[in-house]
Design a protein around this ligand. Structure first.
Ligand code: ADP
Ligand code: MG
Ligand code: ZN
Length: 484
């Protein structure tokens, strides 16, 4: 579709995000949630859905779910109720998912997202708890071309589902929102949100309407998007597809679609089910979840600092620019790393520059991330302090930095070993200055004739003579004095 045609429409998006809670055991049994075990080894009668087995709700899952809801600015409900969501699927041995329906864990939250320099608040309708299904495995086994295998290790993994209001108005906003949800859950230590391990995925509800229209259009729901890129691609594909239908006088049908990453397209999976199709009813094997005000207060008190608060503190406490604070809170690891460097540094802003500049560059070239940094953050702090004490010049620091990266050694140790200390001792520098002046009578003439810019030439010569170790400020002062 041409941009002109697209411009006549507005996209409306609501996301349903599923996050795995970081409990060691499953939500209704004590099987481990560990990743990568042999298929069907982390199972028991409860998560296999054997008749007569009874679920027992994990207290840890409730606590993490409630903390997740708090991190999303939601009101945790004093009472919530589990419900059976009935459907048939080979990887769902019980024949129903235990979820929450009309009485969810938490309601009415929000997250602020930043897109194109603007801040927008996206409403969160509800957060509820549920158990995950197992996994159908389509390849890698004997006769995989003819059979589908079922691995129930994931069955019973604790999840929270976070349902947004239909407040999102572009693919970029959706990606930012998904990222903010991820950050909030990671910072709150509610979920590791490792997408490769299936900890986080989302369904995107997408509809189009004429600009200025009050009513929402009919939506399609794209299921199981497990990367930011796929989310963006799926939404952009849906926007085009739906506008094409609307422009040709057709009607978008409400349906569930799947994203195909190879094609970059969404494909129809089934017509959209309605809530009544699931025959929801209260789970008779579980009592309602009651969270007392005291319990909630304890959870509230145990909440770690969240990304938005941390960002604000980086600005006020360390004097960072808003934009830098944003970068340095991109993940909890990055924020922790920077903060350890900043605490060891005489000047936190300089520590930020090293982390975002030289360190980021070396890590990138190495295909690594902050948690794998071979430089302990305290070494960056030490480097900054050595520079401000005048023991290292900026130039020497730049030379030492890759060595810190390669060896993991402290900057002071490297400087010591390689004899790279900055010379601030006036006596030693005076001697070099005098030699340089004696060796360059022509430039001295020029200086005395009023061309004071040649001082730069002298500084350069002194730096060269001292193998970059002279303190430039001291050299400047001595030169000005001697050339008078
Ligand atoms: P379900 O998908 O289970 O039927 P809901 O009807 O509550 O649940 O909607 C799920 C999601 O779809 C929510 O995130 C909501 O914001 C979003 N949504 C609802 N209507 C529309 C619409 N017309 N266009 C885009 N998103 C929508
Ligand atoms: Mg849905
Ligand atoms: Zn089990």
């Amino acid at each position: 579709m041409s941009p002109d045609v697209m411009a006549k429409y507005e996209v409306v998006i609501g996301l349903e995000v599923h996050a795995q809670l970081s409990t060691r055991t499953k939500i209704f049994c004590s099987c481990p949630t560990s990743f990568g075990a042999q298929p069907n080894t982390n199972v028991c009668p409860v998560c296999l859905g054997l008749p007569g087995a009874l679920p027992v709700l994990s207290r840890g899952a409730v606590e993490l779910g409630a903390k997740g809801a708090l991190a999303l600015n939601c009101a945790v409900q004093p009472e919530s109720v589990f419900a059976r969501k009935n459907y048939f699927y080979p990887d769902l041995p019980k024949g129903y998912q235990i979820s929450q329906f009309d009485k969810p864990l938490a309601l009415a939250g929000y997250l602020d997202v930043h897109v194109n320099g603007e801040t927008k608040r996206i409403g969160i309708t509800r957060v509820h708890m549920e158990d995950d299904a197992g996994k159908s495995v389509h390849d890698g086994f004997k006769d995989s071309d003819r059979f589908t295998y079922v691995d129930l290790n994931r069955s019973g993994t604790p999840l929270i589902e976070i349902v947004s209001e239909p407040d999102i108005r572009s693919a970029d906003e959706a990606v930012e929102y998904f990222n903010e949800v991820r950050q909030a859950l990671v910072f709150a230590e509610v979920s590791a949100c490792d997408m490769e391990k299936g900890h986080l995925r989302c369904d995107a509800n997408v509809s189009m309407r004429r600009k200025g229209a009050k009513e929402f259009g009919t939506r399609a729901e794209v299921k199981n998007l497990n990367s930011f890129r796929f989310l963006k691609q799926a939404i952009e594909f849906e926007m085009e597809r739906q506008v094409e239908i609307l422009e040709s006088g057709g009607r978008v049908i409400q349906e569930t679609r799947l994203f195909n990453p190879e094609l970059g397209e969404t494909l129809s999976m089934r017509s959209k089910e309605e809530a009544h199709d699931y025959r929801y009813f209260p789970e008779p094997d579980l009592i309602p979840v009651r969270i007392s005000p005291e319990w909630l207060a304890r959870l509230q008190a145990s909440m770690p600092e969240l990304p938005q608060a941390r960002r604000a503190r980086f600005v006020s406490e360390y004097g960072l620019r808003e934009y830098d604070a944003q970068i340095l809170t991109a993940s909890r690891e990055t924020a922790d790393y920077f903060e350890r460097a900043a605490r060891a540094a005489s000047d936190p802003k300089q520590a930020a520059n090293w982390v975002m500049g030289d360190l980021a560059g070396l890590l990138k070239a190495d295909g690594k991330e902050i948690p794998d940094s071979p430089i302990p953050p305290e070494h960056i702090g030490e480097l900054v302090t050595l520079i401000s004490k005048g023991e290292l010049s900026g130039k020497l620091a730049k030379e030492i930095f890759p060595k810190m990266y390669a060896t993991g050694d402290a900057p002071s140790a490297i400087a010591e070993r390689e004899g790279l200390k900055q010379i601030s001792d006036t006596g030693a520098l005076e001697k070099i200055v005098e030699e340089v002046i004696a060796a360059n009578p022509k430039q001295v003439e020029q200086y005395k004739a009023g061309k004071t810019t040649v001082i730069g030439f002298f500084v350069g010569q002194v730096m060269k003579q001292s193998r970059g170790q002279a303190n430039p400020a001291t050299v400047n002062a001595i030169l000005a004095e001697k050339l008078k």
